[in-house]
Write a protein that binds this ligand. Structure first.
Ligand code: UD1
Ligand code: UDP
Length: 375
C-alpha cells in the first residue's frame, strides 16, 4: 500500500513523526512524505530532530500568508504529486490549513483519506479559528478516522460516520513526547538563574487571540509577575511577526520575563518538565502537560480538548485581563489547588498510538482498499 503523508506545520510534524517512523518500518508499506512547509524554520526543527526526510517539499511559507493563500498554494502543489505518485491513501493530521487543503486535493482525485487526530470539536466555529472548521471539513472528506479519545470518536459517530471506520488510537503526541523525554538533557542557557524561582512557561499564537485578547492576556501575566517576585516567565514566542511584536511590546522591559526563539521539541520538553505551570493557547500543550503532571491554564474560552479539564490538570483561563489575572493568581496562591492540578494524567494515550494506527492500516485499511480495486 502506498501512503502519502502530508503535513506542514510544527505540531503536525511532531505528531506525524512517530507514525512516519512506524510506517517506514512496516513491511508492505510504501511511505511517501510531502511537506507543504506552511511553516519553514519551525517545521525544519522537527524534521531534523526526528530524522524525517521529505520526498516533496512545497516550500510554501510566506510572511503575511493568509488561510486563502495557503489553501490555494497547497491545492496547486498537491495535484501533480497525486498525479505522479497515485497513492492508495493520503494521510493528513489535525486541523491546519495544510490538513484541510491536502485532504481536499485528495478528495478531488477520489483518493481515500485517513485523518489522524480526527473528531476533535470545540463546538464553536470561531474558536479555534479556522481549525474547528478545518477539522470538520477534513472529517467530511475522510474515509478512515484515527480518533485520539473516546470523546473524539463520539463526535464522529454523532456525525453519522460509520463506526467501522472509526478507531480510537490515543494521540501520537504522547509517542513523540516519550521519545524526546528519553533523550539526554543539556545545559540550556535559558534555564540559568531560575533556581529557587517558580517557572511559568507561556506560549500564545492563535489567530483569534491576535490583537486585543493577546494584549490583555500579556498584561495580566505581566501584572502577576510584578506582584510575585518569586516567579519567572519563559516565553518561546512563535515566529509569526504579529506574535513577536506583541510579545516584545509586553515583556521586554521586565527582567523576570524572558522571550526566546521557538525551541527544538526536545529542549521544549525539558522546559515543560522544569516548569511549575504552563499557560498556553496551544492545542498540543494541552495534551502534553497532563502527561508531565504540569497544571495548564488554557488561554481560550472553549477547548476541543476537554479530557485534560476532566482529568483535573487543565483549566480554561479565558482571554481577558480579568479572567487570566484571576485564574493565574489563584493557582499561584492556592497550594491545595496547585497540588490537585499537578498530578500526572494521561487521557491522550500510552505512547503506542503510531503502532496502533500502523496495525489498523495493515489489518483494516489495506484489505478494504485491495477489495475495492478487485471489484
Ligand atoms: C498554523 C496553523 C495553526 C497551528 C499553528 C501551529 C493554520 C491556519 N494555522 O498557525 O492551526 O496551531 O500553525 O504553530 O493552519 N512563521 C515563520 N517561520 C515558521 C513558522 C511561521 O516565520 O517556521 C511566520 C510566518 O511569517 C508565517 C506566520 O508565522 O506567515 C504565520 O504562519 P501560519 O502557518 O500562517 O499560521 P500559524 O499561526 O503558525
Ligand atoms: N513546541 C516546541 N517548541 C516550542 C513551543 C512548542 O517544540 O518552542 C511544541 C509543543 O511541545 C507541541 C507543539 O510544539 O508539541 C505545539 O505547537 P503549537 O503550539 O505551535 O501548535 P498547536 O498545538 O496549537 O496547533
Amino acid at each position: 500500500m502506498k501512503i502519502l503523508s502530508v503535513f506542514g506545520t510544527r505540531p503536525e510534524a511532531i505528531k506525524m513523526a512517530p507514525l512516519i517512523q512506524a510506517l517506514e518500518k512496516t513491511p508492505g508499506m510504501d511511505s511517501v512524505v510531502a511537506v507543504t512547509a506552511q511553516h519553514r524554520q519551525m517545521l525544519d526543527q522537527v524534521m531534523q530532530l526526528f530524522s524525517l526526510k521529505a520526498d516533496y517539499d512545497f516550500d510554501l511559507m510566506r510572511h503575511g500568508q493568509t488561510v486563502s493563500s495557503i489553501t490555494q498554494a497547497v491545492l496547486q502543489k498537491m495535484d501533480p504529486v497525486l498525479e505522479k505518485e497515485k497513492p492508495d491513501l493520503v494521510l493528513v493530521h489535525g486541523d491546519t490549513t495544510t490538513t484541510f487543503a491536502a485532504a481536499l486535493a485528495a478528495f478531488y482525485r477520489h483518493i481515500p483519506i485517513g485523518h489522524v487526530e480526527a473528531g476533535l470539536r470545540s463546538g464553536d466555529k470561531a474558536a479555534p479559528f479556522p481549525e474547528e472548521i478545518n477539522r470538520k471539513l477534513t472529517d467530511a472528506m475522510a474515509d478512515w478516522f484515527f480518533a485520539p479519545t473516546q470523546t473524539a470518536a463520539g463526535h464522529l459517530k454523532a456525525e453519522n460516520i460509520p463506526e467501522d471506520r472509526i478507531f480510537i488510537t490515543g494521540n501520537t503526541v504522547i509517542d513523540a513526547l516519550l521519545q524526546v523525554t528519553a533523550m539526554p538533557e543539556e545545559d540550556y542557557p535559558w534555564l540559568r538563574d531560575i533556581q529557587g524561582k517558580r517557572l511559568l512557561t507561556l506560549t500564545c499564537h492563535r489567530r483569534e487571540n491576535w490583537g486585543e485578547p493577546m494584549r490583555q492576556i500579556f498584561a495580566a501575566i505581566r501584572r502577576v509577575l510584578l506582584e510575585k517576585p518569586d516567579c519567572r516567565l519563559i516565553f518561546p514566542a512563535h515566529l509569526n511577526p504579529l506574535v513577536q511584536q506583541q510579545a516584545h511590546a509586553a515583556f521586554d522591559d521586565l527582567p523576570q520575563a524572558r522571550i526566546i526563539a521557538p525551541l527544538d521539541y526536545q529542549p521544549f520538553a525539558v522546559l515543560m518538565k522544569k516548569s511549575d505551570l504552563i499557560i498556553t493557547d496551544s492545542g498540543g500543550l494541552q495534551e502534553e502537560a497532563p502527561a508531565l503532571g504540569k497544571p495548564v491554564l488554557v488561554l481560550r474560552q472553549v477547548t476541543e480538548r476537554p479530557e485534560a479539564i476532566a482529568a483535573g490538570t487543565a483549566d480554561l483561563a479565558g482571554v481577558t485581563f480579568d479572567s487570566v489575572y484571576a485564574k493565574l493568581s489563584r493557582l499561584l496562591e492556592d497550594e491545595a489547588l496547585y497540588r490537585r492540578m499537578s498530578h500526572a494524567a494521561n487521557p491522550y494515550g500510552d505512547g503506542h498510538a503510531a503502532e496502533q494506527i500502523c496495525a489498523i492500516l495493515q489489518e483494516h485499511v489495506a484489505p478494504t482498499l485491495a477489495g475495492r480495486l478487485e471489484a
